[in-house]
Design a protein around this ligand. Structure first.
Ligand SMILES: Cc1cc2nc3c(=O)[nH]c(=O)nc-3n(C[C@H](O)[C@H](O)[C@H](O)COP(=O)(O)OP(=O)(O)OC[C@H]3O[C@@H](n4cnc5c(N)ncnc54)[C@H](O)[C@@H]3O)c2cc1C
Length: 300
């Protein structure tokens, strides 16, 4: 068992930003990563909305971020966190390699993307396939789009997009929509939304310029944009013992990024929020770190 004040779980942009702030606050901490540091940054093609960089690849931004982290002398510890338990006033974080006794934890484990993505989903990512209606919705003004999914995010994104696009197909793989009833009612009232219950998208088709259609039960529907919200899996199994308040697969936090459990913070895509982007993940990491450092200081 190792001892430290704060454990950051996950070294995506949220966890790495938390580490930068913790280091600069002179805090005693460990940052754990179970796979590749950088998280989703390893997979992003072109990023055009991160302040200071009109256009940068995920890999280029990751190299800059890792250089920043290294320049501060921060070391990333390999460890896939398996569980977080309450231990007296603090926590016990168990990984596949070690366990850490600490006073505070920042969970920044992101959201697992689907392993079984729809044919064409990866090929057309950024070319009509988007995961953020508020960021990319304007590109589809007056066009036809499809949202795939049956959770509150899919419903919220559909409602937002319905105010911009010509026609929206909400393709729901289940027999009925089971999210927030208010959202369902609003979508049913929108005259440009067609809900396709019990249908699966088997392929997203396109050409050199981007998405042109989706294939639903062997029928091709022309669309210019697709917003898939199926297949995202939770990374919150490590919280199964603590059971913080959640909204679906996302963790509820207050303005300090603290969960309803004292000393337990969350940052990045794992948090229940409207906008899941690099800039908001970095923001969460900075806020969580500042408050976790303060939390620990007050208990010394
Ligand atoms: C296709 C796509 C395109 C996107 N394009 C843009 C864009 O153009 N601009 C933009 O701003 N945002 C974009 N985003 C969103 C952005 O990538 C995310 O909001 C951001 O990367 C989230 O960062 P994070 O640190 O919360 O999570 P992640 O980047 O997912 O990092 C989480 C880290 O935690 C690690 N981890 C998970 N579980 C454990 C565990 N148990 N123990 C130890 N480590 C663990 C993971 O290995 C990972 O490294 C895009 C997302 C997608 C999917």
């Amino acid at each position: 068992m190792k001892k430290t004040d704060i454990v950051v779980v996950g070294a995506g942009i949220a966890g790495l930003t938390a580490a930068i702030y913790l280091k600069r606050a002179n805090a005693d901490f460990v940052i754990l990563e179970g796979s590749f540091p950088g998280g989703l940054l390893n997979k992003l093609k072109t990023i055009e909305n991160y302040p200071g960089f009109p256009s940068i690849t995920g890999n280029e931004l990751l190299i800059k971020l890792m250089n920043h982290v290294k320049s501060l002398g921060i070391e990333i510890t390999y460890g896939n966190a398996q569980s977080i338990l309450k231990e007296g006033d603090g926590f016990d974080v168990k990984t596949d390699v070690d366990s850490y006794e600490c006073k505070s934890v920042i969970v920044a484990t992101g959201v697992n993307q689907s392993n079984d993505s729809i044919k064409g989903q990866d090929k057309f990512a950024g070319l009509g396939v988007s995961y953020c209606a508020t960021c990319d919705g304007n590109f589809f003004k007056g066009l036809d789009v499809a949202v795939i999914g049956n959770n509150d995010i899919a419903l919220e994104e559909s409602l937002y997009l319905s105010g911009l696009v010509n026609k929206l197909y909400l393709v729901n793989p289940e027999d009925k929509l089971n999210g927030n009833q208010k959202l369902i009612d609003s979508l049913k009232k929108a005259n440009n939304v067609e809900i396709l219950n019990g249908k699966k998208v088997s392929e997203i088709k396109g050409d050199d310029f981007g998405v042109t259609s989706i294939v639903v039960d062997e029928k091709e529907i022309p669309v210019s944009g697709v917003f898939p919200y199926v297949g995202k899996k939770s990374t919150t199994q490590i919280l199964n013992n603590l059971k913080p308040e959640m909204h679906g697969i996302f963790v509820n936090v207050d303005s300090k990024q603290q969960t309803n459990i004292e000393g337990l913070y969350a940052a990045g895509d794992i948090v229940d929020k409207k906008l899941r982007q690099l800039v908001t993940a970095a923001n969460d990491g900075a806020i969580a770190a500042t408050n976790a450092a303060q939390f620990v200081k007050e208990r010394k």
